[in-house]
Design a binder for this molecule. Structure first.
Ligand code: GLN
Length: 490
């Protein structure tokens, strides 16, 4: 019964069995988690805000469902952390920004609505880079999050609060968003599973927008089976988001066969170039060899426009952000400065005071890229590059079922190491950004550790709406390895 003594250590699927069997109640599980958060989170700062009252209320309701046996689902009674970018009705939602301080969401995001319906318990809002802009969670207006494996290091970003909370057992699972790598990079840095679905697989309704043509929400979990459960709960068409796809949602659990035989895995030579840490390269190569031993076929593929992805992304994402963030003017949401001044002064004071330096940098970049005379040279060119990158992947998928490579070029870097050097920070996303530009699904799973004991992530990229392929290969790999079972401090 070691599991019931430390229920916070459970996976979602194991906790579900205990909850269902009456060996554990959701209130017990939630309370044990809250007390662990109180013990550990001063140091980690994975949560910006706890929603304790809501959690207890949801846990009680879940226990009712469990007792009656009616409408019990895989997430009923399960404590989750919600990235602060999701609107949760009636709770303060800030996207890590001062400009939204005190903003209480008047409505619910579709992702959290679906999690609520499934009976999940919301522990609190997880820390993040302001408006999801960043790779280290250091751009949060509420201070950075520490990596549970080494508190002097970043948990990655922008969903770093979510990844740290999962890795430190401060929730059983979490949801994040990924515009250029923000689910997969922090998953890699914290040794957990992070899945970015195909663009359109999950509704963006009620998610505070960063770059609308790239943003996508997805699960961050302790193992692949849990990722399948969370994805199942949130995926599917939503009339409130016209970009959500009308593509049937398969039964994801059916993909967890443990078998990769006959799968063709493409390895892009461009993902093993300059800047890749040799320890990361080695862990990824060993993982490929293992998958080959397990019956997969490894083929070399080429994604020739990879080098241009970062530049294209850093025009397109800021361009979209400059438009999306125009709404924060002090009139409608959160912060208002110089209330007694002229309208233009209120705008200026509110935006000067409310946005942090990285967000301002992006707004300026984006506004410049969209301005008359520059649009053709920058924005349009970047869109053309985006098409070329999408075509690279289409060609690769003629030869393979999945593309595999590192999630990030290095393991978790030090807090403070890159925060004053935006270009170096942007380079952390060199392997994840092309996947967003192409709108494809990608997952990061633990595949080894550096000599310093830091987790390393393996990235698997699938064809459009082929999340099952990702889950199948990721689960088979996990079943033959134990990296995902190691926890910080073990
Ligand atoms: N690090 C990238 C950026 O700052 C990606 C962030 C994300 O995926 N939200 O834009």
């Amino acid at each position: 019964m070691a599991n019931t003594l430390e229920p916070y250590r459970l996976t979602v699927h194991d906790a579900h069995d205990l909850l269902r069997g009456g060996e554990l109640t959701s209130v017990e599980l939630t309370e044990s988690m809250l007390s662990r958060i109180r013990d550990l989170d001063d140091r980690l700062h994975s949560y910006i805000r706890l929603t304790e009252d809501l959690a207890i209320e949801q846990a009680r309701a879940a226990d009712g469902r469990l007792r009656s046996g009616r409408d019990v689902r895989p997430l009923t009674g399960i404590p989750v952390a919600v990235k602060d970018v999701f609107c949760v009705e009636g709770t303060v939602t800030t996207a890590g920004s001062k400009i939204l301080s005190g903003f209480r969401a008047p409505y619910e995001s579709t992702v959290t609505a679906r999690l609520r319906e499934a009976g999940a318990v919301f522990m609190g809002k997880a820390n993040m880079d302001e408006f999801a802009m960043g790779s280290s969670t250091e751009n949060s207006r509420f201070g950075p999050t520490a990596n549970p494996w080494d508190p002097s290091r970043t948990p990655g970003g922008s969903s770093g609060g979510s990844s740290a909370a999962v890795a430190a057992d401060l929730c059983l699972a979490s949801v994040g968003t990924d515009t250029g790598g923000s689910i997969r990079l922090p998953a890699a840095f914290c040794g957990i599973v992070g899945l970015k679905p195909t663009y359109g697989r999950v509704s963006r309704y009620g998610i505070i927008a960063y770059a609308s043509s790239l943003d996508q929400a997805g699960p961050m979990t302790k193992d692949v089976a849990d990722a399948a459960l969370l994805l199942q709960a949130v995926a599917g068409r939503d009339p409130a988001d016209s970009t959500s796809a009308d593509v049937p949602v398969p039964e994801y659990a059916a993909a967890l066969t443990g078998d990769v035989s006959g799968m063709r895995l493409g390895v892009p030579r461009e993902y093993f170039g300059e800047g890749l840490d040799p320890e990361v390269a080695e862990a990824v190569r060993e993982s490929l060899a293992l998958l080959e031993d397990m019956g997969a076929e490894v083929v070399e593929v080429s994604l020739p426009h990879t080098d241009y992805a970062l530049a294209a992304y850093y025009l397109l994402a800021p361009a979209e952000a400059s438009s999306n963030l125009a709404r924060y003017d002090g009139m409608r949401y959160g912060l208002r400065e110089q209330d007694t001044g002229e309208l233009a002064e209120v705008y200026k004071a509110t935006r000067s005071e409310g946005f942090g330096p990285e967000v301002k940098r992006r707004i300026m970049l984006g506004t410049f890229a969209l301005s008359a005379g520059y649009y053709e040279a920058y924005y349009r060119k970047a869109q053309q590059v985006r098409t070329l990158i999408r075509e690279d992947f289409s060609r690769a998928f003629e030869r393979c079922d999945l593309v595999l490579g590192p999630t990030a070029p290095t393991a978790a870097f030090e807090l403070g190491e890159k925060i004053h050097d935006p270009l170096r920070m942007y380079l952390s996303d060199v392997h994840t950004i092309p996947v967003n530009l192409a709108g494809l699904p990608g997952v990061s799973i633990p595949c080894g550790f550096s000599s310093g004991g830091l987790p390393i992530g393996l990235q698997m990229i699938g064809g459009p709406f082929r999340e099952e392929d990702l889950l199948r290969a990721a689960h088979a790999f996990e079943s033959n390895t134990d990296h995902h079972l190691r926890r910080p401090g073990d």
